[in-house]
Write a protein that binds this ligand. Structure first.
Ligand code: ATP
Ligand code: MG
Length: 325
């Protein structure tokens, strides 16, 4: 299978990104033809400082390597290094209904979050994402739940293109983890944990032990003091149970039994310890990679070279189908 997925350099990679996306990527690499990339072009749609972008891209690159992306087993690159992504985005814009874009949940949420910067890129985000996917004739896209709607749109765009210009694209399928496809914010368990919501929303994969403790202990929970999984009535504690289960290999049921009759503080303390143990190796690996900038840049350069070969070859076919010879 050809597998592709990306992540934006909009902040520190958090446990939601890991559980929803990266953990699946690691499982898929080696057994499939995998392409993973840093979607820097997508990240330009929200306010950012140009002078900080290269550092953020580097940070996200090391985060992936530290989390287990193996450049020998997958193609790992930066989106803007492959010009064909933006070229295909424009071509796909001409087959994508604008009404579909206005209906996207992420567009509605981000326009609320960034009221002073509602740029056309925010609306067009899913078309660039469709271009990312279709450019490589991707079959499977491992993502968190929030991106499923965008992948549905990529399927629609592929279908419309194929009908109009002849069979070219494969309709990609989203691949979600059974548990952990939508980790919620620590400070607002009704909202998705997100980089752009700021550090109080998330636990970074590289968070220091003291910070992990602080963030878990102050995570928003519910008034009824029972440790029971019920996402509708007890979203805070249910989110923490999900996180605990995924980082400890205990089932939610087992955790409910273990903490029956115990208080939130005891539960949170134990969860923090579990997270500290699990994330420790990530932090050490990242520290080591921080000193190896040239090595990391070489990996991204090599990845871009490999991706470009596929992108250019498919782009020639697409241009021809559209009459751009
Ligand atoms: P931003 O706030 O800038 O949009 P983000 O945290 O949503 O950042 P993205 O780079 O947009 O991260 O998404 C990268 C991948 O992580 C996607 O596959 C997305 O579905 C997944 N993901 C993001 N947040 C979560 C979450 N809370 N739970 C599970 N998966 C998530
Ligand atoms: Mg996002």
């Amino acid at each position: 299978m050809r597998v592709l997925s990306g992540i934006q350099p909009t902040g520190s990679i958090h446990i939601g990104n890991y559980l929803g996306a990266i953990k699946q990527w690691i499982k898929l690499q080696g057994k499939n033809e995998c392409l993973f990339f840093i979607s820097d072009l997508h990240s330009l749609t929200i306010p950012y400082k140009p002078e900080e972008l290269p550092k953020n891209i580097f940070g996200v690159a090391i985060a992936h390597l530290a989390a287990g992306i193996d450049p020998e087993k997958s193609i790992f690159f930066v989106q803007s290094d492959i010009k064909e992504h933006t070229e295909l985005c424009w071509l796909l814009n001409t087959v994508c209904p604008v009404g579909d874009l206005e209906r996207m949940t992420q567009y509605k949420e981000k326009t609320k979050q960034f009221k002073k910067n509602i740029n056309a890129g925010l609306l067009d985000y899913p078309v660039l994402m469709a271009a990312d996917i279709l450019l490589y004739k991707t079959e499977v896209v491992p993502v968190g739940k929030d991106q499923v709607q965008h992948i549905e749109l990529a399927r629609t765009i592929a279908r419309k293109f194929n009908q109009r210009f002849g069979k070219t694209f494969i309709e990609p399928k989203a691949l979600l983890p059974k548990i952990g496809a939508k980790i919620m914010s620590l400070n607002n368990p009704r909202k998705k944990m997100s980089k752009s919501l700021g550090p109080a929303s998330y636990i970074s994969l590289f968070e220091k032990p003291e910070e992990i403790k602080k963030k878990v202990m102050s995570a928003v929970t519910d008034t009824r003091k029972q440790i029971k999984y019920n996402p509708l009535r007890k979203p805070g504690i249910s989110n923490l149970l999900t996180i605990y289960s995924l980082f400890s290999k205990k089932t939610i049921k087992e955790l409910e039994i273990e903490f029956k009759g115990k208080g939130y503080a005891e539960f949170k303390k134990s969860l923090a310890e579990s997270l500290i143990n699990f994330l420790g190796p990530f932090r050490r690996k990242k520290k080591e990679l921080l000193t190896r900038e040239v090595y990391v840049q070489e990996i991204l350069k090599k990845g871009a070279k490999q991706a470009r070969i596929i992108a250019q070859s498919n782009m020639r076919e697409i241009r021809k189908k559209m009459g751009l010879v």
